[in-house]
Design a protein around this ligand. Structure first.
Ligand code: PMP
Length: 450
């Protein structure tokens, strides 16, 4: 079996996610034979460093021996059981540990099976909470511009990236949209903290105006990942927590992409010292092994649903694979690694290596900004460095970087004009230096004719 044969069979029967399938007339689909650590190997024997953690899910490498061993054991014990009326030890252990690990006050775990579903759960729960309390008029959600929360209709409605949203706009519920504190747009000389604080006035205004109809504000804490890895200061979240309390509106923290150490702390909310009313987790939750998501919430929320059945206040939401034991076991093994390997501390050195090896990118004639929060580093390619005029999206400059990186054995998958590194935590400093070298070449090639 080789790449070409498999790619042919693939293109005869598959429809790939987030893909214009016609692109594959030029761009071969790459069948992967095996993964080990940060490496992916295709059927022709080419190897690629997975510099984006396979869509931000992988934490401790592909085929991690400890997660593999845990899964083997789970497989021989219990592969799945429904979670309504039944339970299992793995999901109980995982819930206990998540409650202990997440910000104080989050005490209940509700499971789903992917990020978007977790967002749907948090939206329905928030609305339903207010309804159970007699505030059925609260039906709206407040979102930030440039945000992304998933692809199902409710989650898509919460997002604000036009590329994903516009086509489906007629199908989506309306939200109250507030300008993002995205620090890319701060004035020169203005700190990110000052800009985030300044931009909070828009949120304050929206809350003053709409709190009566608003169930919740939903945000991606610190980094708007799908929205080109745009970043803001923790002070925004601290202010947001206080304002939500003041106005009786929930705060939903979508930590699906930023949770599990990505921003330097286990959860991004920690950097603001806040506890949201709902925290959505997925992706890194299982170390990148299996689809699983969870919404953590408070006892106050839980109690608003707890009543005699006849009062019909229960949260009657379910997914067939809720709390799947294999996925939960992968999650437990992942948490074990965090606990036993000083991961967050080691990541500080890796984050510093990411910073140091890309510091000179700021001087590149077509780079407007290099920004970083923990294990996420993004490089903004622009047509005009002085005015920050972006390249027209139609030119697909990022795709050129993608192609170059593949040739050099690195999987980078730019978001439009933004090249980013979001590697598994088992990467080495040498590998980071190599990725940086390839990214520099890729950016230079991609911007050459400008
Ligand atoms: N929220 C955020 C912040 C995300 O980054 C993503 C996925 N990129 C999602 C939600 C949706 O998760 P999933 O793709 O598992 O549905």
């Amino acid at each position: 079996m080789n790449n070409k044969l498999l790619a042919q069979r693939d293109l005869a029967v598959l429809w790939h996610p987030c893909t214009q399938m016609k692109d594959h007339e030029q761009l071969p689909v790459i069948p992967i034979r095996r993964g080990t650590g940060v490496w992916l190997e295709d059927f022709d024997g080419n190897r690629y460093i997975d510099a984006i953690s396979s869509w931000w899910v992988n934490l401790f490498g592909h085929a991690n021996p400890r997660i593999n061993a845990a899964l083997h054991e789970q497989l021989d014990t219990l592969e799945h059981v429904l979670l309504a009326g039944f339970s299992h030890e793995t999901v109980i252990c995982l819930s206990e540990r998540l409650v202990a690990l997440t910000p104080l006050g989050l005490s209940r775990c509700f499971y789903a099976d992917n990020g978007s579903s977790a967002v749907e759960v948090s939206l329905k729960m928030s609305y339903h909470y207010w309804r159970n309390l007699g505030h059925a008029h609260k039906t709206k959600f407040i979102t930030l511009t440039n945000s992304y929360h998933g692809e199902t209709l409710g989650a898509l409605a919460m997002g604000n990236v036009p590329l994903y949203k516009e086509t489906y706009a007629p199908l989506l519920m309306e939200t109250i949209s507030v300008p993002s504190p995205d620090c890319y747009y701060r004035e020169s000389g203005e700190s990110c903290a000052d800009y985030s604080r300044r931009m909070f006035s828009h949120m304050e205004q929206a809350l003053e105006q709409h709190a009566g109809q608003a169930c919740a504000v939903i945000v991606e804490p610190l980094v708007q990942c799908a929205g080109s890895m745009r970043m803001y200061d923790p002070v925004y979240l601290t202010l947001l927590r206080a304002a939500c309390d003041k106005h009786n509106v929930h705060l939903i923290a979508d930590e699906i992409a930023v949770g599990f150490g990505r921003t330097g702390t286990m959860f991004a909310c920690e950097q603001a010292g806040i506890t949201p009313d709902f925290m959505c987790l997925s992706k890194g939750l299982t170390g990148g092994y299996l689809p699983l998501s969870v919404v953590l919430t408070t006892e106050v929320v839980y109690q608003a649903f707890y009543d005699d059945y006849q009062n019909l206040t229960a949260f009657l939401h379910s997914h067939s694979y809720t709390g799947n034991p294999l996925a939960c076991r992968a999650a437990l093994a992942t948490l074990d690694i965090f606990e036993q390997n000083n991961v967050l501390e080691r990541n500080q050195a890796l984050a510093e290596a990411m910073r140091a090896t890309t510091a000179h990118f700021a001087d590149h004639p077509h780079v407007a900004e290099v920004r970083q929060r923990g294990m996420i580093l993004a490089i903004e390619m622009v047509k005009d460095k002085r005015t920050r005029e972006p390249y027209p999206w139609q030119e697909r400059r990022g795709l050129r970087v993608y192609r170059h990186a593949l040739e050099k054995g690195v999987l980078l998958r730019p978001l439009g004009n933004v090249v980013y590194l979001m590697p598994p935590y088992v990467i080495t400093e040498e590998q980071i230096a190599y990725i940086a070298e390839v990214a520099w070449e890729g950016i230079t090639l991609a911007t050459r004719d400008a």
